[in-house]
Design a protein around this ligand. Sequence first.
Ligand code: TXA
Ligand code: MG
Length: 342
Amino acid sequence: MNTELVKITIEDSDEKFNKAVELLRNEEVVGMPTETVYGLAGNALSPLAVSRIFEAKGRPTDNPLIVHISEFSEIYDLVKAVPEEAKRLAEKFWPGPLTIILPKADKVPYCTTGNLETVAVRCPSHEIARRLIKLSGLPLAAPSANLSGKPSPTKADHVYEDLKGRIPFIIDGGDCAEGVESTVITLAGDKPRLLRPGNVTLNELVGVLGEVEVDDAVLNPLKSTETASSPGMKYKHYSPDAKITLVKGSFDAFCEFVNAFDNKTYAMIFNEDSVENLKIPYIKYGFADYKNLAHNLFDSLRELDKIGAKQCFVRYPDDENKDNLAVLNRLLRAAGFNVIEV
Ligand code: TXA
Ligand code: MG
């Protein structure tokens, strides 16, 4: 299959979207930019389109998809009922990087929800994503547009690297502003529960809802006896080919430890770390501030593969700061929970 990569900006006219819209209406899939990461979009109500998404990504079919809408009012079509908490969250954070899980409406097929009775809904703020949803007139299921297991794509080129020959069309809308996937919260249980941290922070959610539980799987590996509240948690994630190890400790201790390795070993450090004492090659992945680290994280992990790194030691962000949860969660999974203290 030939994969077309087409640049579209918000100034472009609706005609520019014709090809993508036609593909979506014909149950095909399209790579689309969002403010978080690129998504692989298809008609969420079409089992054929949904099966094409799973196939292109090589994704296990029990891992459910997020359904994207362009306006709050479209949620009523997808869920059984909209509770007060969902209205308050949407009022504050939509359009934006928050996904809300609720009991699904009958019309949402089980293939979209990985056989669950619930559906994940998000209204992205990216203007190109919203226009694509509006112009197609469809709710769009869209997982991150990477091959299953790889870091999420934050640039159209990442989507092309992973999915060329597997999908017909990618919209290049530039680099994603945020760089980590949306915050996922479920309102389908007794209490609101955070399943995946993102740039809508735990503090912000607590600010709106009062009380929010944090699922164990946010910062811990799933025990083999547990069922995942979010099926995505049980799969290996965000992994470059290089073996990743997170290193807790001062930068001096970090240097002393990593300098013993040869130059196929890389370091991923903060922008403010001064490198005089570091003897191995390195990538700076951002200032030690959660939004900045999030923005560069997946691109840095992909960079490791491009330069042929065999292993990489990564500076560990401050885990006392709850705003760092999203970056920590992604790094812990990329490292298979491999953390050392120096
Ligand atoms: O920012 C994002 O959320 C991006 C962009 C493209 O919108 N999408 C994204 O999708 O990250 P994906 O499929 O890569 O991650 C969705 C996560 C998975 O971990 C999945 O298991 C979980 O959300 N999820 C989806 N539906 C769920 C449900 N009904 N119950 C529990 N977890 C669910
Ligand atoms: Mg994903």
